[in-house]
Ligand binder design. Structure first.
Ligand SMILES: [Zn+2]
Length: 430
């Protein structure tokens, strides 16, 4: 009986897979970088509404989230930050509820000449769909929606409420997922199909973003002595931050999930700007830093050490000594999260259900992986006591050029998700 249902669900995913690829292609064509997600969100609303889900679409209100744990400081207004949730209301409510989450925002494409074809004109070639955001994570959004479609095609619906979330801000703060929590969306488990090669993510790092602002007196280059250049003053600060990075990665500081990683925590200087004129000594420089932290590592302690490192180094620098750097936090204030540390019966049950679903859909055992990035899973796991399963298709070059997602992998994940929904929520007649 159950075997039979699993086969029917997998067959239904196959029967609609061409449409799913079309959906993914249409969604990827929306250039939904931060601040420009509206057309993609409108597309999601259309698709969710056409399937009969109850629609909730709202603009993130900072006043509702800025006091909550997990909030990340952000720059600029949130007028363009719109979340979308489509809800299936169960008639019987006999099963366990579920959140199917995905983020709609994508990172910038970078120089277009580095792409073989335009990033927002998706194309399919050799079993891959190419385009910015196709893998990270619009294929996951497609998988969530089409897994539910597979149940519907079998005349079934989940026997518990299911919230399909399409959130903004995952790539810079996570405040989109946080706003969903603040609005009251919780469930017995969450599934987030981020593109990690059909592995179950057992742990993820935290991330801190900050800017370092340097400024001083401008002079003509003819009169510049050593140590008067704001751009060059950044170099020793960057070197000191990398020394800190090596200390944090030392074997004795690694939690179990990361014991086998030599260098899980990466410090990235992501941007640098400074100066005004080639023959003027630059009076200012700003650089942006991303730093990872381990699950369990305190954000406040990490920030205190970052500030200490920067100020101690600055005091040894002729340019900076008299005008100490200013550290500005904007973007990620993300704690690490380890599903592996969730010892609740609910988490064990959700993981077991995904194990069986993956096995049923693919015929292979579900592999585990600790990742060196962050995802929105932390909000569900840390602040709402919900096991958050990150499990999605294989993608390559996410955040890089020629980003692509493996379509057969998306098919397998969609099947596994359909089986997981049926097992976790139970089913009722549609
Ligand atoms: Zn992502």
């Amino acid at each position: 009986m159950k075997e039979d249902l699993n086969k029917r669900l997998c067959d239904a995913v196959d029967a609609h897979f061409d449409r799913q690829v079309e959906f993914l292609s249409a969604l990827t064509a929306h250039p939904s970088t931060r601040g420009a997600e509206q057309s993609a969100q409108a597309f999601m609303v259309e698709e969710l509404a056409a399937r009969g889900y109850e629609i909730d679409r709202w603009q993130i209100d900072l006043a509702e989230i800025s006091h909550l744990p997990g909030f990340s400081p952000c720059q600029g207004p949130y007028e363009d930050a719109v979340n979308v949730v489509g809800t299936h209301r169960s008639r019987t409510g006999q099963g366990r509820s579920l959140i199917l989450n995905g983020h709609i925002d994508v990172v910038p494409a970078g120089p277009l000449d580095m792409w073989d074809s335009p990033p927002f004109e998706p194309r399919v070639e050799g079993g891959w769909l190419y385009g910015r955001g196709g893998g990270d994570m619009k294929a996951g959004l497609a998988s969530n929606l089409f897994a539910l479609d597979a149940l519907a095609a079998c005349g079934l619906a989940p026997a518990a409420d299911v919230h399909v979330q399409s959130v903004v801000e995952e790539e810079c703060t996570g405040n989109g997922a946080l706003a969903c929590l603040a609005r009251g969306y919780t469930a017995d488990a969450a599934l987030i199909p981020e593109p990690f090669s059909e592995h179950l993510v057992t742990a993820q790092l935290g991330v801190i973003w900050f800017q370092v602002h340097l400024k001083g007196m401008p002079t003509h280059v003819a009169y510049a002595g050593t140590g008067s250049n704001a751009i060059e003053a950044a170099f020793p600060l960057i070197a000191a931050l990398h020394d800190m990075e090596h200390r944090w990665n030392a074997a004795e500081n690694r939690p179990d999930d990361y014991a086998h990683f030599d260098h899980a925590l990466n410090l990235n200087i992501g941007k640098i700007v400074g100066g005004d004129w080639t023959s003027s000594v630059p009076a200012w420089c700003v650089f942006d830093v991303r730093m990872g932290i381990f699950p369990g590592q305190s954000i406040d302690a990490a920030k205190a050490e970052i500030e200490q490192v920067i100020l101690d180094t600055a005091r040894q620098n002729a340019f900076l000594r008299n005008s100490l750097p200013e550290i500005v936090y904007h973007g990620f204030h993300a704690e690490g999260y380890a599903l592996s540390q969730d010892s609740s019966a609910n988490a064990a049950s959700a993981i077991a259900a995904l194990d069986r679903a993956h096995q049923g859909a693919t015929g292979t055992a579900l592999e585990r992986e600790a990742i060196t990035a962050t995802t929105d899973a932390r909000f569900f796991g840390l602040y709402a006591d919900m096991p958050a399963l990150v499990y999605g298709p294989r993608a390559e070059a996410i955040h890089g050029f020629n980003e692509r997602v493996d379509l057969e992998s998306m098919r397998r994940v969609t099947k596994a998700t359909a089986l997981f929904i049926a097992a976790w929520c139970g089913t009722e007649e549609a």
